[in-house]
Design a protein around this ligand. Structure first.
Ligand code: COA
Length: 177
């Protein structure tokens, strides 16, 4: 019994979070090495060496909450929370083959149970409609705007700053395929 509703392909019980291990890094590297995903997130890919150095640092940093997102026991992505300039933030990445199944929504919903800091912030490119929906469905609201360098030298992408204020774990609603 998986708890999955075959009619809707509900993913509720197929998505789990667990701590990221060093063994997950090769697949997480491949998932961020994707031009479409990079444009979507307005976040450049790291080459293998830079990625491994970055993630080994994260793995050794107890102040960063980092979880692998499992879908049917496969590593579908990662979700992290960290402090930047004294502000708690959340970020996530789903491998392209897992997009559009409700996995990010479910993962963020679960993750909010691990991270107590409120308000909790997320930066999201204005064109990243999917991620904005994920955040909205988990209770985040737009509280500001910013610009980040992305693309050719001198180019910038506009982003929303989104904020979750509630102390409660958000009730996310999207669990479909
Ligand atoms: C953005 C991302 C996390 C979404 O993950 P996902 O698991 O596909 O998201 P979900 O399936 O939970 O979908 C959430 C909502 O976005 C919508 N959505 C999904 N893909 C979409 C797309 N390409 N365009 C528009 N809407 C989309 C879904 O329909 C759903 O909305 P709905 O409930 O109103 O129907 C994933 O595409 C990703 O990791 N992209 C690359 C990295 C990134 O952008 N990270 C976030 C940085 S802020």
């Amino acid at each position: 019994m998986t708890g999955r509703t075959e009619r809707e392909g509900t993913v509720t019980d197929a998505v789990r979070l667990r701590d990221v291990t060093e063994g997950d890094l090769p697949i997480l590297f491949e998932q961020q090495w994707d031009p479409e995903a990079n444009r979507m997130a307005a976040f450049p890919a790291r080459d293998r060496e830079a990625f491994m150095v970055h993630w080994m640092k994260i793995l050794g940093d107890a102040t960063v909450t980092k979880k692998a997102i499992l879908f049917d026991d496969q590593v579908a992505g990662n979700i992290v929370s960290f402090e930047q300039s004294g502000v708690p933030k959340v970020g996530y990445w789903i491998g392209k083959s897992y997009w559009g199944k409700g996995i990010a929504t479910k993962a963020l919903s679960e993750f909010l149970g691990y991270v107590e800091a409120r308000p909790l912030y997320a930066h999201v490119a204005k064109h990243n409609v999917a991620s904005i929906r994920v955040l909205e469905k988990c209770g985040f609201t737009i509280c500001g705007e910013d610009k980040v360098p992305f693309g050719a030298p001198g180019e910038e992408v506009e982003e929303f700053i989104m904020k979750l204020t509630s102390k409660q774990k958000a009730e996310c609603t999207g669990t479909k395929v």
